[in-house]
Design a protein around this ligand. Structure first.
Ligand code: ADP
Ligand code: MG
Length: 437
C-alpha cells in the first residue's frame, strides 16, 4: 500500500488534514496532534486517544474528514475507530492486510439468503447463470444497505468466472452521468457510446441518479435500446421501483416494467443472525450466541450497520485480546446507529438536487444571470430552502444575495406556479422527496 508503517500512514493523513480548506491549527493541536495510531485491519484504522471527551469530539467533528483524508492519501476506504487508551500500554502498531469486504469479497457464496431476499437472490443467480437477456432487464430495488450492490457484484463475479469471454461492465448511475458530462465536454461522446454499447452485460447500480438529467436519460435510453435489441443482459438497481422514479422518461419506465422486477426487504431475525455469524466468521472472530442475538435484536433495518457492528467488535477484540462485554456491545451499537442518521438538509444539498433536476449549474444558480431557465432553478432552490430548513427569510436572502422581501416574493411566486402547473409541482415534490430520503 505504499506505507511502511501505520505511523507513516497516520502522518500522511495529518498532512492531508492540514491541507483542508477549513483547517484550523488550533483544532489540530487540541484534538488531532496527540492521537496515536494503533492498528489497521479489515477495513478499520484504530486510533487511540486519552479520554472519552476527546473521543466524542473526534467522532462528532473530525472522523469523517480524517476518513476522507485517509482515502485521499492511501486510496484505502478505512473506517476510523477511536479507542480510549487511558494511558495504558497499547499493543504494538500493526499493519495486516486481510481480505476486507471490498468489491472482491462480494459473491453468492457469502450472501445470506432469507425470506427478505430469497426472490432477489434467485433472480440474480438465474441471470448470472444465463446472462442471455431472457429476463431483461433485471431490476432490483430496495432501501440502502440491504444487499443490492452485493448481489450485482456477485453477478459480475459469477459471469466473469463462467463466461470469461463476455465483457461485463459495472458502473453506478452517478458515474454514468458524470462520464457522460465529461465526454460531452471533451467531445468524446462517440467513445462513450462505443464503450457502453459494445458490452455483453451492463450492470448499472443506483439508476435513480440518472433520473432528472435530460441528456443523461436520453443517452441511457439509447444505450439501453441498443443492448436490449441485441439481447445483452442488463441489471439495474435503485432505491425505489420504476414507477416512483420521477422524472423518468416513460419509454424507459415501461421497458423496465417489462423486465423482471424484484425487491429486497429488511431481513427477519433469523437472517440477521445468519448475517452476523457469516461476517464474524469472515473476520475470524467468535461471538457468543447471546451477543449475536442481542445485535440482531437491536439492528433491524440495515445490513450495512449489522456488518459495521461486527467490524468494530473485531477491532476491539484485536486490541484488547478478549471478547467484549455487553456494555461495549451496547456502545458500539449506539455509535453505529447514530453515525447513520440521515444527513441534515443543507442549502448545498438542495442546490445539488435542483442542479440535477433542472440541468442548471450551481454557479448559475448562485449567479446574477437572469435567463428564464436559470431564474426558475434559482427560485425553486429558494422555495425548497424555505420548506426544508429553519432558515429565516433574511438568512436565505443573505445566502442568495437578495433582500428578504425578494425572498418572500419568490416563495409566493413558486407557490402560484406549483398550483397552476402539475408538472412543475411534480418536479418540486420530487426534489423534496429525494432530499428527505
Ligand atoms: P445496498 O447496495 O442495497 O445499499 P450493499 O449491497 O452495499 O447494500 O450491502 C451493504 C452491506 O451489507 C455489504 O457489505 C453487504 O456485503 C452486506 N450484505 C447485504 N445483504 C447481505 C446478505 N444477504 N448476506 C451477507 N451480507 C449482506
Ligand atoms: Mg448499493
Amino acid at each position: 500500500m505504499g506505507f511502511d508503517s501505520i505511523n507513516g500512514l497516520w502522518e500522511s493523513i495529518c498532512e492531508e488534514f492540514k491541507r483542508q480548506p477549513n483547517f484550523s491549527s488550533v483544532g489540530f493541536n487540541v484534538w488531532i496532534r496527540d492521537i496515536k495510531p494503533l492498528a489497521m485491519q479489515a477495513g478499520t484504522l484504530v486510533l487511540g486517544v486519552k479520554n472519552e471527551y476527546i473521543k466524542n469530539t473526534i467522532n462528532s467533528y473530525y472522523k469523517k474528514v480524517l476518513e476522507d483524508c485517509c482515502l485521499t492519501v492511501s486510496g484505502l476506504s478505512l473506517t476510523i475507530e477511536i479507542l480510549v487508551t487511558n494511558g495504558e500500554p497499547v499493543p504494538d502498531p500493526q499493519v495486516k492486510q486481510t481480505a476486507t469486504t471490498g468489491a472482491a469479497g462480494y459473491s453468492f457464496d457469502n450472501f445470506v439468503v432469507g425470506p427478505s431476499n430469497r426472490f432477489a437472490h434467485a433472480a440474480a443467480l438465474a441471470v448470472a447463470e444465463n446472462p442471455d437477456g431472457s429476463w431483461n432487464p433485471l431490476y432490483l430495488w430496495g432501501n440502502s444497505g440491504l444487499g443490492k450492490t452485493h448481489l450485482v457484484m456477485a453477478i459480475k463475479k459469477h459471469i466473469e468466472q463462467k463466461y470469461p469471454e463476455k465483457k461485463v461492465e459495472y458502473l453506478r448511475g452517478e458515474e454514468f452521468a458524470n462520464y457522460l458530462i465529461e465526454a460531452i465536454r471533451a467531445g468524446t461522446t462517440k467513445i462513450f457510446h462505443d464503450r457502453y454499447r459494445s458490452v455483453d452485460v451492463l450492470l448499472l447500480d443506483d439508476i435513480h441518479f440518472i433520473a432528472g438529467r435530460e441528456s443523461t436519460q436520453e443517452e441511457f435510453f439509447n444505450t439501453f435500446n441498443v443492448l436490449y435489441q441485441a439481447n445483452k443482459q442488463m441489471v439495474i438497481t435503485s432505491d425505489r421501483p420504476p414507477k416512483e422514479i420521477h422524472p423518468l422518461d416513460e419509454r424507459i419506465r415501461s421497458r423496465f416494467e417489462s423486465g423482471l422486477i424484484t425487491d429486497v426487504n429488511p431481513p427477519d431475525f433469523e437472517t440477521r443472525v445468519g448475517i452476523i455469524r457469516n461476517k464474524a466468521q469472515q473476520l475470524d472472530i467468535d461471538l457468543s450466541e447471546e451477543i449475536t442475538f442481542y445485535i440482531a435484536e437491536q439492528i433491524k433495518t440495515n445490513i450495512r450497520q449489522l456488518e459495521g457492528v461486527v467490524k468494530k467488535l473485531h477491532a476491539y477484540i484485536l486490541l484488547q485480546n478478549h471478547n467484549p462485554g455487553f456494555s461495549v456491545v451496547q456502545s458500539i451499537i449506539k455509535d453505529i446507529v447514530s453515525d447513520n442518521q440521515p444527513e441534515p438538509i443543507t442549502i448545498d444539498r438542495i442546490i445539488e438536487e435542483v442542479e440535477r433536476t433542472y440541468s442548471v449549474s450551481k454557479e448559475d444558480i448562485l449567479s446574477k444571470r437572469k435567463t428564464a431557465e436559470i431564474a426558475l432553478a434559482r427560485q425553486v432552490s429558494i422555495y425548497i430552502t424555505k420548506q426544508l430548513t429553519q432558515l429565516s427569510f433574511v438568512a436565505i436572502g443573505n445566502f442568495f444575495g437578495k433582500d428578504h422581501t425578494t425572498i418572500m416574493y419568490t416563495i409566493n411566486k413558486i407557490d402560484e406556479i406549483i398550483k397552476r402547473d402539475p408538472s412543475q409541482k411534480k418536479l418540486v415534490d420530487n426534489i423534496i422527496k429525494n432530499l428527505q430520503r
